[in-house]
Design a protein around this ligand. Structure first.
Ligand code: NAP
Length: 249
């Protein structure tokens, strides 16, 4: 069994699934978290196992503290302490102006996209930190170019949740730097996944293409490469940093 164990939240589809495939090829034990899409997650797990990767499927809503705790306990029992974390699970809601947003909508965005990342960081720290008997580790938080643009007219709530993730990454990187845990972020934008359908505009990237300096959307695999590098020992002197993957935007 590998000495490297990674948890990827939201691994059933999109950027999370692409990251799982790449890390499976880099000798990690791969823990795949998902929320509702059991079939997608099971198919991915089977695919990775057929390639010789040790996988663990974990259904959990990352916004729910008890479910997050149970998820980490299951990882402990299966692979031992976690060494790497990719906080990736995220949601957005149909495009609208802030004046039309309800508290329920805003709270669902924030508890999933922000509280979920905090809870997974907390559990990871308790296993990775040399102050708690761990061997150190690395965390990558998946933010968004929206943290910089604010997504006016589309979803400021989502953009603000990603702004919070950038602040989390900056603060936590410094807080943990002397405990052998590196914390970095990636800021994707315009990546071909199901997320744009959830925002009510599946063809959003086609509409925005002309305004992207590279004139094209990105593939989940292009984001996965940056995540894998930040997790790896090749990034051993990098913490509190961000890689933007948004075609120059
Ligand atoms: P996606 O294809 O819609 O996948 C979202 C993933 O998150 C799914 O695996 C989903 O699980 C999981 N998820 C949702 N709510 C969850 C919860 N409460 N608990 C656990 N898992 C949950 O999205 P994506 O585009 O790959 O997005 C991945 C990350 O990249 C997100 O943080 C997103 O904000 C960020 N991002 C994406 C883009 C883009 O252009 N696509 C741009 C910037 C940032 P189920 O399949 O089980 O529902």
């Amino acid at each position: 069994m590998s000495e490297k164990t990674v948890l990827i939240t939201g691994a059933s589809r999109g950027i999370g699934a692409a990251t799982a495939r790449l890390l499976a090829s880099q000798n990690y034990n791969v823990c795949l978290n998902y929320h509702r899409q059991t079939q997608c997650a099971e198919e991915l797990s089977t695919e990775l196992r057929q390639q010789g990767c040790n996988t663990l499927l974990l259904q959990a809503d990352v916004s729910q503290e008890a479910q997050v705790k149970e998820m980490f306990q299951t990882i402990d029992d299966t692979f031992g302490p976690l060494t790497h974390l990719v906080n990736n699970a995220g949601i957005l809601k149909p495009q609208m102006r802030l004046q039309d947003m309800t508290a329920d909508r805003i709270n669902e965005i924030l508890t999933t996209n922000v509280t979920g990342y905090f809870l997974c960081c907390r559990e990871a720290i308790m296993r990775m930190s040399v102050n708690h008997g761990g061997q150190g580790g690395a965390i990558v938080n998946v933010s968004s170019v929206a943290a910089r643009t604010g997504s006016p007219g589309e979803y400021i709530d989502y953009a603000a949740s990603k702004g919070a993730i950038d602040t989390l990454t900056t603060g936590l990187a410094t807080e943990l730097a002397a405990e052998d845990i590196r914390v970095n972020g990636v800021r994707p934008g315009f990546i071909y996944t199901d997320m744009h359908r959830d925002g009510g505009e599946p063809e959003r990237i086609e509409r925005l293409k002309p305004a992207i300096p590279m004139q094209r959307g990105g593939q989940p695999e292009e984001v996965a490469e940056a995540i894998a590098w930040l997790l790896s020992d090749k990034a051993s002197y990098t913490t509190g940093s961000f890689i933007d993957l948004a075609g120059g935007k």
